[in-house]
Design a protein around this ligand. Structure first.
Ligand SMILES: Nc1ncnc2c1ncn2[C@@H]1O[C@H](COP(=O)(O)OP(=O)(O)O)[C@@H](O)[C@H]1O
Ligand SMILES: [Mg+2]
Length: 378
């Protein structure tokens, strides 16, 4: 029997599930938001993922539904589950990747270490939090943020006035999340994959370097993490995956604080940018593992093939993702670099590809990865 996996969302994450689907003989189908998206190579439909009928019709053509993004409304997800569709991750888990306030509340109940936080509905409540936290804090929209777009460091409630106003206009009694401004030494990410029947695997914890709120570079494993840091990250990742009942790949974004604590920043329940290195650097990539997990198939080994892998994102701007120009020069100059292009146009700041280099010496790996990625700079 050929297994059929349906992916909602036509971005690069869906696209990168295609090669392992082909290798395993899985029939992958994608419900894309528009024609010509990154995953067009596998797209079998274009439609509105917020429309239940559209999603239901798509679900009828596959054995399991999974995601390229977390934006499918809870009402649609729950209706699918009620209709007997296998949805992984399911709505009960996915809500904690869709709503940062719900995530903070639930992880708090589980005793998972986190920054100080509060739910604020009014500017006065935000002022109160600021007063208790040295006059500076991080305000976040609970939903819909990505690449730092719903995140702002503020020193007064006035600096979040537009977001409070949007809450009022929304009329659904929403709230903002406010957090202490964490003094972190670096950001880490723990990737986990879990099957519905419970088996779970972890990749080595990685360091993620953000620039302007966007993941820029990932070093796998995180330097100096062997031992205490890796154990804490693995424990947190395992707790979150099991307690929230996550199926498929889970990414737990973490802060390593200057006083050596590990705190959870946020969750993603799908393959994640900090796991792209696994395509070239691990025995089983996050995309293959995600397919195996959502189909409840045995999971693969997650060790690294070489001591170090470094992944660098390629952002569009002057550069595009065509295989001439900068890409051709990168291929010529850095033969050890594994170049991945997503077939996306050159909009400034847009993730159009990434490059991964693996090897035995971290300094050389970093140097070669940066050299390859630099061809795409202006
Ligand atoms: N409480 C915090 N303290 C310090 N920096 C933060 C905090 N929360 C977020 N950041 C910074 O902002 C980035 C984006 O925040 P995040 O909540 O992960 O939003 P997004 O959904 O856009 O990824 C983080 O990767 C981190 O660099
Ligand atoms: Mg984030």
């Amino acid at each position: 029997m050929t297994f059929r996996v349906g992916v909602i969302g036509g971005g690069q994450l869906a696209r990168m599930m295609v090669p392992p689907a082909i290798e395993l003989g899985i029939d992958i189908r994608v419900l894309a938001e528009a024609e010509g998206m990154s995953a067009a190579i596998a797209a079998t439909g274009v439609g509105d993922y917020t429309d239940l009928e559209t999603v239901r019709r798509f679900a009828e053509t596959v054995d399991v539904v999974t995601f390229d993004h977390e934006h499918v409304p809870q009402s649609v997800l729950r209706a699918l589950v009620e209709a007997g569709v296998a949805v992984h991750p399911g709505p009960d888990a996915l809500q904690f990747a869709q709503d940062k306030l719900a995530m903070r509340e639930r992880l708090g109940e589980l005793g998972v270490p986190m920054p100080d936080w509060a739910r604020v509905e009014t500017p006065a409540e935000l002022e109160e939090f600021l007063a208790g936290h040295g006059g500076r804090a991080v305000v976040k929209t609970a939903r819909g943020g990505y690449d730092g777009k719903g995140v702002r460091v503020v020193e007064s409630a006035a600096q979040a006035e537009d977001w409070f106003r949007a809450l009022d206009e929304d009329g659904r009694g929403g709230a903002l999340l406010v957090e202490e401004l964490v003094e972190f030494r670096r950001e880490l990410a723990q990737l986990v994959a879990r099957r519905p029947s419970g088996d779970l695997t972890l990749w080595p914890v990685v360091e993620s370097v953000q620039k302007n709120g966007v993941c820029a570079e990932v070093i796998a494993p995180a330097p100096g993490s062997a031992g205490r840091v890796a154990e804490m990250a693995a424990r947190i990742g395992t707790t979150v995956a099991e307690e929230l009942g996550v199926t498929g790949v889970l990414a737990v974004e973490l802060f390593e604080t200057t006083d050596e604590r590990i705190l959870v920043n946020e969750l993603a329940m799908r393959p994640h940018n900090t796991g792209h290195w696994t395509i070239d650097g691990s025995t089983t990539s996050q995309f293959e593992q995600h397919l195996r997990a959502v189909l409840d198939l045995p999971l693969g080994a997650t060790g690294h093939r070489e001591p170090w892998s470094v992944m660098i994102n390629i952002l569009g701007g002057p550069a595009d993702g065509d295989l001439d120009g900068p890409a051709a020069r990168a291929l010529a100059d850095q033969p050890t670099a594994k170049l991945h292009l997503y077939g996306k146009g050159p909009r400034p700041g847009r993730k159009i590809g990434h490059v991964t280099v693996s090897g035995a010496e971290l300094d050389a790996v970093v140097f070669d990865a940066r050299a390859a990625a630099a061809f795409f700079d202006d």
